[in-house]
Design a protein around this ligand. Structure first.
Ligand code: MG
Length: 224
């Protein structure tokens, strides 16, 4: 029997990206001598997903002389240093692997920023593999994204598996389309009516890990 596969989303699932953005915006505006009133604009620009082109717009608005690439590199370093993954989640990833799971990360974004976060938080050392959409222009919810993430873990979608994430469309809808069972990390939000619904809903990543560990125990009991 193949080892079961579980893929985790990164931002706002394994790491607390959203919670760190306001702090980063305050730091950015202070560093560049911008008024407090500009924090809201900067925050809005990076709120959902940030790419090098985001800093073209910011550079133009403020007439910065440094290249956008320099601003982007600085952003990657800042955010990688600011986000964190709880120790209980890192331990949980190890517990899953010890229980026989293949554990991976499936995340949208630029390869440089996402890998910087994976390494800085230590997540890269606690999973079998990770795939970032920017590496192959394959965004969630495309099935190809999940296939590439599974391959990084030495698995295939045909063997089934699980997707854990906070985004209803990208993680839950995409995971469902890829033939995976799904766990929605609600982060305190109600489920907005949209199909397909997740197989399970949990408040945070550690609860998803505990759910999967219970599945392992149930499977072992059934098999014996
Ligand atoms: Mg997310």
């Amino acid at each position: 029997m193949p080892r079961p596969l579980v893929l985790f989303d990164l931002d706002n699932t394994l790491v607390d990206r959203r919670a760190r953005l306001a702090g980063w915006a305050a730091k950015f505006t202070s560093r560049h001598g911008l008024g407090d009133e500009e924090q809201a604009y900067v925050l809005e620009m990076v709120a959902e997903r940030t790419y090098p082109s985001t800093f073209d717009a910011i550079r133009t608005r403020y007439g910065f002389l440094m290249p956008a690439e320099e601003l982007w590199r600085s952003y990657c370093a800042d955010i990688a240093a600011m986000v964190s993954c709880p120790d209980a989640v890192l331990d949980g990833l190890d517990e899953l692997r010890a229980a026989g799971w293949r554990v991976g990360v499936a995340t949208n974004g630029g390869a440089d920023i996402q890998w910087a976060k994976l390494r800085a938080t230590g997540i890269a050392d606690h999973v079998d593999g990770a795939f970032v959409s920017g590496e192959a222009d394959a965004l969630k919810p495309e099935v190809r994204h999940f296939a590439l993430a599974a391959a990084r873990c030495g698995a295939a979608l045909g063997d089934g598996g699980w997707m854990v994430g906070d985004n209803p469309v990208n993680d839950i809808g995409g995971g469902h389309s890829a033939g995976l069972r799904t766990v929605w990390v609600d982060n305190g939000r109600p489920w907005a009516p949209q199909a397909p619904e997740p197989d399970h809903t949990v408040p945070h990543a550690r609860a998803a890990i505990d759910l999967l560990l219970r599945c392992t125990a149930d499977r072992a009991r059934t098999a014996s």
